[in-house]
Write a protein that binds this ligand. Sequence first.
Ligand code: IMP
Ligand code: MG
Length: 222
Amino acid sequence: MLRFKSLLPYKITNFYSTIRCGSIQSTYLETYIEKKLENINPFPYDFIDRILITEDEIKERVNTLAKQITSDYQNSEHLLLLGLLRGSVVFITDLMRKIERPITMDFMSVSSYNKAQSSGFVRIDSDHKTNIHGWDVILIDDIVDSGYTLSTISKLLLDRRPHSLKICALLDKPERHKVHIKIDYLGFSIPDYFVVGYGLDYDEKGRNLPYIASINLHKHKD
Ligand code: IMP
Ligand code: MG
């Protein structure tokens, strides 16, 4: 049995077809395998529920957004992509490589979340370095939830007199908005799920997943 155990959960069907031999009872093994399967989570984090947006879907949408930006900023020589750390990092690095215009990249670090709850208070932990006066700025974040983060930061940036300011977000949860926010470039609109992957985290975990997945906190053993 121990020998079989080490083979699970890999190639479960192939393995099962080879076990009807010797003195081992197949019904016993069937129950054993079913029990094992119940406990297998195919994802690298135990709190993941299911994939909402695949890697390919993200790639296609990011390319489309980059094409729109390339065309909208044909006449701009001072285009700045300003990302909010840390959630936007994966998105911004993929997006920038598909924009066929000269760009500059900068970041601000802001926080308002504790685990899966917005505190409503947006704190600037680190400001951008570029003097944005006269620049065409695209403010980029991973997701719009209440909208407080992007509305607070865009008001602050407008005081710094950029030539133009637009907002770009990979994801939006419209049902959760608490303030009006105009998203100029949006990847996907999603229902009210807490999601991780492609830069987004739950309590700093899950940023490395190449897809967007919803989470189920009941599955998580903290
Ligand atoms: P807002 O200020 O409520 O719009 O929240 C925006 C920020 O909250 C984003 O930049 C994310 O860091 C975080 N956030 C909101 N919803 C999620 C989510 O579903 N997964 C991961 N982070 C989220
Ligand atoms: Mg964020």
